[in-house]
Design a protein around this ligand. Structure first.
Ligand SMILES: [Zn+2]
Length: 101
């Protein structure tokens, strides 16, 4: 892992203001600030919320079977309910694999 100095956007803003107040060029820092803000946004909104939302949506659209001796078509274990023919674990992996394509 490369060493990354983790600054908050507020700290970067203060540094930009300082550099510009001193007549310096803060362009690189401004780019860095945009990246930090972007990463923060992604961390908050993309994962894992995006995946959970997607799973919930797919689950709601899937046929759920209940029984006593149902076999998951992926791992072939027995379950008391199946989502689109798969168990919870396999359904989850399967849906997330589709999503990442
Ligand atoms: Zn399974």
């Amino acid at each position: 892992m490369p060493a990354i100095v983790r600054l908050s956007t507020q700290e970067i803003d203060a540094m930009i203001a300082n550099i510009e107040a001193g007549g310096g060029d803060a362009e690189e820092l401004k780019k860095h600030r945009a990246e930090v803000a972007n990463h923060k946004w992604l961390a908050k909104h993309e994962k894992p919320l995006g995946e959970e939302d997607y799973l919930a949506e797919k689950r709601a659209q899937s046929k759920i079977e209940y029984g006593t001796d149902l076999e998951c078509m992926i791992c072939h274990d027995k379950f008391d309910h199946l989502i689109s023919g798969t168990c919870e674990d396999c359904f989850r992996k399967w849906v997330l694999t589709i999503k990442r394509r």
